[in-house]
Design a protein around this ligand. Structure first.
Ligand code: NAI
Ligand code: 15L
Length: 268
């Protein structure tokens, strides 16, 4: 079935710009939003709304008349605490309060692999793996997942939290052989997350059907999503380009890759 009005946040971002095109066919109206400037509406099925997620009143209005939210807005990398606090913590709380007040039934939340970034790459994690964030960014995404759980338990707002690996047109380093998620698989996962009859608060790892993955999605089978793409065609080229990997280096040993050493927490 088509959706009535869908809201996409983060629409000016790397993934948002692509998703804006891809979500259009699934809904009668697509409302797109970001703090930054976006392209004007392409036709009268699109609504373009500039909004700071940290502004509770503006977010409340943003969700008015919305059936489902694809929440991709926020700080997307390791950064100073204050912007992460405003966009990813205050922002996610504002989003869920607005969903409750507007009776929005379903959210697909762009969580991140950095929620579990400090686990070893040698482990295979289930969808119920407890957070081991690798920085303020991963910590804020763990807060987002917990907020989703709270608003389901208290108010019945359903969420699929996608612990996204790495979305790029093609994998570009050896870690991405495990973490890569194609845009096509991401699109299908978002739609499955919106359409699945009952999700409560479900967590799923956003990765394609990659060999040597760090993540087991059997616990999210009820979403009815199976990735169709794989990083395997790029393996030979990426292994040749990066032939030596130091397995004792945390950047290569831990799931979060370089996020486990960068940012404010990496400073003396
Ligand atoms: P991006 O940084 O390109 O886009 C994020 C957008 O959010 C930006 O356009 C930015 O202006 C907007 N934003 C930031 N603060 C805001 C605020 N206070 N109010 C309103 N909008 C605000 O990031 P990208 O790569 O497109 O990622 C999208 C989402 O997916 C993010 O939530 C990110 O954490 C998540 N994600 C992305 C991955 C990837 O491979 N690109 C991997 C894992 C998670
Ligand atoms: C993320 O969460 C980031 O948003 C993205 O820029 C990538 O760095 C990705 O994780 C990754 O771990 O590759």
């Amino acid at each position: 079935p088509r959706f009535g009005r869908l809201l996409l946040t983060g629409a000016a971002g790397q993934l948002g710009r692509e998703l804006r095109q891809r979500l259009r066919p699934y809904c009668d109206r697509l409302r797109v939003s970001d703090l930054s400037e976006m392209a004007p509406p392409v036709d009268d099925h699109e609504e373009v709304v500039r909004c700071d997620l940290a502004d509770a009143a503006a977010v409340r209005a943003l969700l008015d008349g919305v059936d489902g939210v694809v929440h991709f807005g926020g700080v997307s990398v390791e950064a100073a605490w204050e912007p992460i606090l405003q966009a990813n913590i205050v922002g996610v709380k504002n989003l869920y309060e607005a969903a409750r007040l507007n009776r929005t039934r379903r959210v697909v939340f762009a969580s991140s692999n950095h929620v579990v970034g400090m686990y070893s790459q040698g482990q295979v994690l289930d969808v119920d793996a407890a957070p081991r964030p690798d920085g303020y960014y991963g910590l804020s995404k763990a807060f987002g997942e917990d907020t989703a759980q709270l608003y389901f338990d208290r108010h019945g707002v359903e969420t699929v939290s996608i612990r996204i690996g790495s979305v790029t047109p093609a994998p570009i380093d050896r870690r991405m052989l495990a973490t890569w998620l194609s845009f096509d698989d991401l699109e299908r996962l978002i739609i499955a997350g919106l359409r699945a009859p009952v999700v409560g608060h479900s967590i799923v790892y956003g990765r394609s059907d990659n060999h040597g993955t760090f993540w087991d999605n059997r616990g999210a089978a009820h979403l009815g999503w199976r990735p169709r793409d794989s990083s395997e065609p790029w393996r030979a080229e990426l292994e040749a380009r990066q032939p030596v990997i130091d397995p004792t280096d945390p950047v290569h040993r831990l799931i979060g890759g370089r996020f486990v050493v960068i940012g404010p927490l990496g400073e003396p």
